[in-house]
Design a protein around this ligand. Sequence first.
Ligand code: FES
Length: 188
Amino acid sequence: MENEFHQTSEHPGCAEHTDLRRIRTNPDFWYPVAWSRELRREKAIDVRFAGRHIVVVRPKSGAPYALDGLCPHRQVLLGKGDVHGDAISCIAHGLRYNRDGQCVSSDISAEAQCLHLRTWACREKDGLIFVFMGEQSLADKTPLPDFPRVRDKRYRTRRFGKVVNCHYSFMHENLEGSKNPLVLRSSV
Ligand code: FES
């Protein structure tokens, strides 16, 4: 059990080291999936977390919410749908789902009324929208990550939204690497 989420390097001299690029994500945490500015009132967007489609909806009033991103009727992306008040309607055949994931279209068969989407805890802070994809009962007990510099007017935040097809740690290493000459030059 201890090593359930860790796989070690196969290099014989590094058996005790963890291969960072093989560590699974801990699902019991808040992860940012969108910038707040990307999601306007009464709009929805499709985001992906670990390959799973999630639709994030900003209703007419109140906080954003997150549901499974594929319509259970014919698996169409709900992120392409329209938001009416508090509900999102699927672009394909118009079924509506509320923030609890319940199908609320009135003019449909009893079978369709049983359609239900899984809901995910969703919060917004510091210009980011987060989802909690793990055990949902832990969401309220788990603090959101804090980025105090974002709120500090003495700092400017640069926001990148480009998707790069690589393990995230490659980006950390390369972005850090590009700053090294500046740090070295300023310390000489
Ligand atoms: S696929 Fe969504 S309503 Fe039919």
